[in-house]
Design a protein around this ligand. Structure first.
Ligand code: URA
Ligand code: SF4
Length: 229
């Protein structure tokens, strides 16, 4: 039997809007059963930077938008410190439905398993193909392995920028949720600084690999200053 996946639910024309609509009908695995809705990515269709998390959390599931809960707030701060505006980035997840288990009246995050991650791949692949970003950053092991293969190791490879089929500047770093679980404040600050450092490496790579604009008519400011003096 062929394993079911999101592939059977992809729309023929794949724009971000058509993908978003189609994902609501996805039955590629069982996770849709206990979730409120599929949470697709959000951000400009021409975003140069795409960030991929694991799966929507409790608040994302209710609001239908990625990274709007506590992890998202932390990610916003890290992006800002690294010199990115959240509004310039497209944020999405490897898995589109919230997987959870009850604890009392709370809904606690549960890890998507390998089959669910595999089943959901067509969605983020289609998002990346529609956007064609210059940079893609996997947040945490689930996204890193979904994007870059099972041998991806965040602890070893974090902050390195490499070319992948998804983007010329590809990288992985820790998931912001992992930072929220660090009880010790000093350690949490250090982890935050490391997340910012990784994002800055991506920013630098993006900028240094940008095509140089060499004007033949306008002198550079430095050259103009030299000529005046
Ligand atoms: N964690 C994620 O990986 N994605 C979200 O959208 C929110 C929390
Ligand atoms: Fe489809 Fe992904 Fe939801 Fe599974 S988690 S039903 S593959 S959208």
């Amino acid at each position: 039997m062929v394993e079911s996946s999101a592939a059977d639910f992809l729309p023929p024309a794949r724009t971000l809007e058509s993908l978003r609509a189609a994902a609501q009908r996805c039955r590629g695995c069982d996770l849709y059963r206990n979730a409120t809705q599929a949470v697709m990515g959000e951000g400009p269709a021409r975003a140069r930077l795409v960030l991929v998390g694991e799966q929507p959390g409790n608040q994302e599931d209710r609001q239908g938008r990625p990274f709007v809960g506590p992890a998202g707030k932390l990610l916003d701060r890290a992006l800002a410190e690294a010199g990115f505006a959240r509004s310039d980035a497209y944020l999405t997840n490897a898995v589109k439905h919230f997987k959870w288990r009850p604890r009392g009246r709370l809904r606690i995050h549960a890890r998507p398993d390998a089959r669910e991650i595999r089943a959901c791949r067509p969605w983020f692949e289609a998002e990346l193909e529609a956007i064609e970003p210059d940079a893609v950053v996997a947040l945490g092991a689930t996204a890193a392995q979904a994007l870059f293969g099972p041998s991806a190791r965040v602890t070893v490879q974090r902050g390195r920028v490499f070319a992948s089929p998804w983007a010329r500047c590809s990288a992985m770093t820790v998931h912001p949720s992992a930072l929220l679980r660090i009880p010790e404040e000093e350690e949490r600050h250090r982890a935050f600084a490391e997340l910012v450092r990784d994002l800055k490496a991506v920013k630098r790579a993006l900028e240094s690999a940008a095509p140089k604009v060499i004007s033949r008519t306008a002198p550079t400011r430095k050259a103009a200053r030299a000529r005046r003096s």
